[in-house]
Write a protein of this length. Structure first.
Length: 374
């Protein structure tokens, strides 16, 4: 397969996450592009018969539901409209998936999740167990954000990042984001004819972030959300590909042509490290000085003496971000003290802590064994 030459062959992934965006799944008039979808399901069925397990992350419920309910603006004129459209559209969308998969003797199993389901450790592990059981039963998990109850403040906001988090929970070997463009370009190809397709990305830096411009006309995500999804996936040891879904049987087309953008994976971290690194929220932020930042990079724990500021209200065991003097988040970890105690001991030497707190203290604010670099 040509795709293997680029460093990531989805065909070779025992567990693969495939995300389909709204603009591919739902036509401009709000109807499902059923003929195109049938070609995708057909190639998925072949892969399932060959032993591959596929998890689907499907957008389109709001766009589909807006047509069913006669809502203007694609169902996105207000939060109430979006939630109502999602409630109506999700039923119709899941029925469509079930029918198409059922024609190939595949069983669909729907899971609707919220941000909190994957940010809370216990609920995340429950979701992971459900996904694992469904895959071992040869079902096809159909995932979407529960937009009927999600709010602007507490939501993924796009299914690209959701796909990356689901990939972590399912212990997937790779992720494919089907897009309305062929991948990440050096500039917006719809406005700049000289834009070049970036075939492979090893490091997601400021230059790559600057290229992530342009947005889908129907969905909630754009290239920026896809690059952020790649950041989450690769940090968890999963390669991610952005490929075009404009043609029939897009997975086969990519396998034959290799045209797309592949983000290569970093080392595979522990399961808990991957969960922490992929979180979209943190209970608080601890700012540290340059000396503490260097100490962390050398493999040391975070001590109170290096802390220069903090924000947020967090308890012991909560996930906190650790930022350097420039405000860049460099690490994330589990707090050994709550925010009230941290406020008292920040900037103080270890020998002073017992007198300040009134009890024998733990030496670190965040232990190196409970920390992951971003």
């Amino acid at each position: 397969m040509v795709a293997a030459l680029t460093g990531f062959a989805p065909d070779d992934c025992p567990r693969l996450v495939v995300k389909i965006g709204s603009s591919l799944l739902v036509a401009e008039d709000g109807t499902v592009r059923r003929d195109w979808l049938a070609t995708l399901v057909g190639e998925m069925a072949e892969r399932q018969r060959a032993g591959q397990k596929i998890i689907l992350v499907s957008s389109g419920a709001i766009a589909f539901g807006a047509r069913l309910l006669g809502l203007e603006g694609g169902g996105r004129k207000s939060l109430d409209d979006a939630q109502a459209a999602a409630a109506a559209g999700q039923i119709a969308l899941s029925q469509c998936w079930a029918e198409l998969l059922g024609a190939h003797d595949l069983r669909a199993a729907q899971i609707l999740v919220t941000l909190g389901d994957l940010e809370d450790r216990r609920r995340y592990l429950n979701a992971a167990a459900t996904l694992d059981r469904l895959l071992r039963l040869d079902a096809v998990p159909l995932i979407n954000e529960n937009d009927s109850v999600a709010t602007e403040e507490i939501r993924f906001g796009d299914n690209d990042r959701l796909a990356a988090r689901i990939g972590q929970a399912a212990r997937a070997d790779g992720i494919v984001l089907l897009s309305d463009v062929a991948g990440l370009y050096s500039a917006d190809p719809r406005r700049d004819e000289t834009a070049e397709l970036i075939r492979s990305v090893e490091t997601i830096d400021a230059r790559i972030g600057a290229m992530a411009a342009g947005a889908s006309t129907m969905g909630s995500g754009g290239m920026a959300s896809k690059v952020e999804a790649a950041r989450i996936a690769t940090a968890a040891g999963m390669p991610l590909a952005i490929i075009s879904g404009q043609q029939d049987a897009p997975l086969t087309a990519f396998a034959e042509s290799g045209i797309g953008t592949i983000f290569t994976a970093e080392r595979a971290p522990s399961a808990r490290e991957a969960w922490m690194a992929g979180r979209l929220t943190a209970a608080g932020r601890i700012t540290i000085d340059g000396g503490a930042a260097r100490a962390l990079r050398d493999g040391n724990s975070l001590l109170p003496a290096g802390v220069t500021g903090l924000s947020g209200a967090f308890g012991r065991g909560d996930v906190v971000d650790i930022a350097d003097e420039d405000g860049t988040i460099i690490a994330r970890g589990l707090a050994e003290y709550d925010s009230e105690a941290t406020q008292k001991i920040m900037g103080r030497k270890t020998g002073e802590l017992e007198a300040i707190l009134g009890y024998a203290p733990r030496p670190a604010l965040v232990h190196r064994n409970h920390m992951v670099f971003l």
